[in-house]
Design a protein around this ligand. Structure first.
Ligand SMILES: [Ca+2]
Ligand SMILES: [Ca+2]
Ligand SMILES: [Ca+2]
Ligand SMILES: [Ca+2]
Length: 469
């Protein structure tokens, strides 16, 4: 079994815009006035603001069909409707199921109306519960969220009611007759160039430890109704492989500048397997050559701009170790060109993403079931609301059974700037710094008070308990 390292899910934009909308060193501040949204997609019968019923996360959660799309150029628009979709690798487990199987990958689809159509009432939630239990908390960052953040989702956004669980049993490809157990989304881009984003997933195929391991990466193709069917194993031609390490760290990009998405994957000894797109539905690249030397054991895309030196060819960053998503890190550039990413480009630095103070921490309220420290993780920065500005998505979790996904717009609507929100920001920042483990270095407290139209509270929050079945 491989040991996997959690990485930032990363989706690439191709085309003349060339810039993945991942811009996120912008100053994010914010007090969060919403309480945990247990009603994400699911206040049962009705999910209006402020009066949502506790979400069980099971059959009661509201569900809507995936909107039919015609194709788009967004790399992580799996149903091609022009709205970016959110990929969630970490989902909560049902209470009492901490030894159970991986819950799978959650997809929340984007919509023109976002979560504002009753899909995600936020606001004050009462009562406890196994999922995003809260209540008006006492620890400074539990929500007194009377003013619903979901109200801001009047424009485009993601709608937790339109969701899908991707799992190895339902979507995995068999390798040597065996379905994978592990299933982690690694990247997304339109590999077969049909206008629908495709998901690249890391799995754990059987391997006896002798010789070259099987390719653990699988591709799940998007379509008008989103991700569907079974994945196929990524085909890496033998001539493009090297050594006996698992091919890993897939990075999407147009490294040879022909307008078609390519994939770069690690090989042994710092070599890079460069696979030119487009790919067939059987998972084969259009072309591949001998592995490129001079990389490293970890590959990533430069962020927020995939073409780091602006020459029209997307570039790669290699490093000795995986970085924590959202944290500052150093690596080195392997610059793209007509023959792919093969030219050394010097050092590269990922800037830290400043996280807003955590939303009301899940499981912090009376009667909650969360255990352990509350941690907020950066998930992704990309434009989900369609205003051409990046939004930020975080996951605040406590133990394995409680969490809260929060979508923050960098530039919120006018009602985000109300006084209550501003006042709130001060106290929240304090609370968040004290209660989060991984975000302490991002300095959220120092930036409070200098908002520049920044959303002061999440546009939308929900618990991944909606994916429990
Ligand atoms: Ca979409
Ligand atoms: Ca596709
Ligand atoms: Ca290409
Ligand atoms: Ca370049």
């Amino acid at each position: 079994m491989r040991i996997r390292v959690a990485r930032t899910f990363f989706a690439r934009t191709l085309g003349t815009t060339g810039v993945c909308a991942l811009v996120c060193t912008a100053t994010l501040l914010a007090g969060c006035t919403t309480g945990p949204d247990r009603a994400a997609g699911g206040g049962r019968a009705k999910a209006g603001k402020g009066d949502t019923a506790p979400l069980t996360g099971r059959a009661g959660a509201v569900r809507r069909p995936v909107p039919l799309g015609r194709g788009s150029r967004l790399p992580d628009d799996f149903n091609g409707d022009g709205h970016r979709d959110l990929v969630l690798n970490d989902l909560v487990k049902a209470p009492g199921d901490s030894y159970g199987d991986d819950a799978g990958i959650g997809i929340v689809y984007g919509t023109a109306a976002g979560g504002g159509k009753g899909a995600s009432g936020t606001g004050k939630t009462s009562g406890a519960g196994a999922e995003a239990g809260t209540g008006t908390g006492t620890d400074g960052d539990a929500g007194s969220g009377a003013g619903s953040g979901a109200g801001a989702a009047s424009g485009a956004g993601i709608d937790p009611a339109i969701r899908q669980t991707i799992g190895p049993r339902t979507h995995g490809a068999r390798v040597a007759g065996v379905l994978p157990a592990a299933f982690d989304a690694e990247a997304a881009c339109d590999l077969d160039q049909d206008g629908f984003g495709d998901l690249i997933i890391a799995t754990d195929p059987p391997y006896d430890g002798n010789g070259m391991p099987p390719v653990p990466l699988q591709i799940l193709f998007g379509g008008p109704t989103g991700l569907g069917g079974r994945a196929v194993v990524l085909q890496i031609p033998g001539k493009a492989r090297f050594g006996n390490e698992w091919p890993d760290h897939p990075v999407c990009g147009d490294f040879d500048g022909d307008g078609k998405a390519d994939l770069a994957v690690t090989a042994s000894a710092g070599q890079v397997s460069f696979l030119r797109g487009p790919f067939t539905r059987a998972g084969a690249p259009r072309a591949a050559s001998a592995p490129i030397p001079g990389g490293g054991p970890v590959l990533e895309a430069p962020a927020p701009v995939a073409d780091a030196d602006g020459d029209g060819y997307d570039d790669l960053v290699y490093a000795d170790r995986a970085r924590t998503p959202g944290r500052a890190a150093r690596g080195a550039l392997l610059l793209g060109g007509p023959d792919g990413p093969g030219r050394q480009g010097g050092s590269y630095r990922f800037k830290a993403v400043e996280l807003p103070p955590a939303p009301a921490s899940p499981g912090s309220g009376a009667g909650s079931s969360g255990k352990g420290k509350t941690v907020t993780d950066f998930l992704v920065a990309a434009d989900f609301t369609g205003d051409q500005r990046p939004d930020l998505v975080t996951r605040t979790h406590r133990g394995e059974a409680t969490d809260l996904i929060a979508l923050y717009g960098l530039y919120g609507s006018a009602d985000d700037a109300d006084d209550a929100g501003a006042a709130d920001a001060g106290t929240r920042a304090k609370g968040a710094a004290g209660t989060t483990g991984t975000t302490g270095t991002t300095g959220t407290t120092g930036t409070t008070g200098t908002t520049q139209g920044v959303t002061k509270r999440p546009l939308l929050t929900f618990s991944t308990s909606i994916f429990l079945r």
